[in-house]
Design a protein around this ligand. Structure first.
Ligand SMILES: [Zn+2]
Length: 231
């Protein structure tokens, strides 16, 4: 039924989410030319990088992000669209793409489960999906590692304007998070998944809550993008 595929593509062209050009067969979300221009973080290959070191200090053994997040950069659009444009497929497909890039280097070896950073029930109901969960679905499609739902957000966001953005994120996240069925996580290596790593505070808050509930867990982290740290 190739002709049907070609016809539907002609009538409803699927376009690159970065440059807007029509995608050809085999291309998903980004076209080949944007994919080749997309800068890569490669943190997982550079353990002495600032982000890698900060995660290592938080006892998060491996960290990977696909591309650097720079506001107003053309690639930052991918994250904004995955989050706010009712496009859960963008997170899922980029999760698949990044996993295929990481797989040959053995990044996923030893990882038992994927754990998306949770979103509070009402926020998810408003948005319709949790983009971190969609990215995890993409990773799971490629690696066959199951997605765990043991980490939940129990309380909605409370504004704390007097704190810095990083502190606010960390304290909000820690206040909201709860581990369910901690016995299922005993001795497991969990890959925390989020859309963007900014200060790392959200991931660190998840790590703290998980370690308090299950001291025997090992943790790693994956995001689609990461900002440069300003210390
Ligand atoms: Zn493009």
């Amino acid at each position: 039924m190739g002709w049907l595929y070609d016809l539907s593509r002609m009538l409803f062209p699927v376009t690159c989410e970065v440059c807007g050009d029509a995608l050809v067969e085999g291309e998903k979300v980004v076209c080949m030319s944007c994919d080749m221009r997309m800068p890569r973080c490669d943190f997982h290959l550079r353990p002495s990088d600032e982000l890698s070191m900060r995660f290592a200090a938080a006892k998060i053994s491996k960290v990977a992000a696909l591309f650097p997040y720079i506001r107003k950069n053309e690639f930052a659009r991918l994250i904004q669209k995955a989050k706010y444009n009712n496009r859960p497929d963008i997170g899922r497909l980029l999760g698949e793409k990044f996993s295929r890039e990481l797989l040959p280097g053995g990044f996923f070896s030893g990882i038992d489960m994927l754990m998306p950073v949770p979103m509070h029930f009402w926020k998810q109901a408003r948005r319709g999906y949790n983009q971190a969960y969609e990215i995890a679905r993409g990773v799971s499609n490629v690696t066959s590692i199951p997605i765990a739902d043991n980490l939940v957000a129990t309380r909605s966001h409370v504004t704390q304007t007097r704190k810095s953005a990083g502190d606010r994120l960390a304290s909000d996240a820690a206040g909201k998070l709860k581990v369910c069925y901690p016995d299922e996580l005993e001795g497991r290596h969990i890959l925390l998944i989020d859309d963007v790593i900014t200060t790392g505070a959200t991931m660190f808050a998840c790590a703290d809550v998980l370690r308090q509930a299950v001291p025997s867990v090992s943790l790693s982290a994956l995001a689609l993008a990461a900002t440069r740290f300003r210390s």
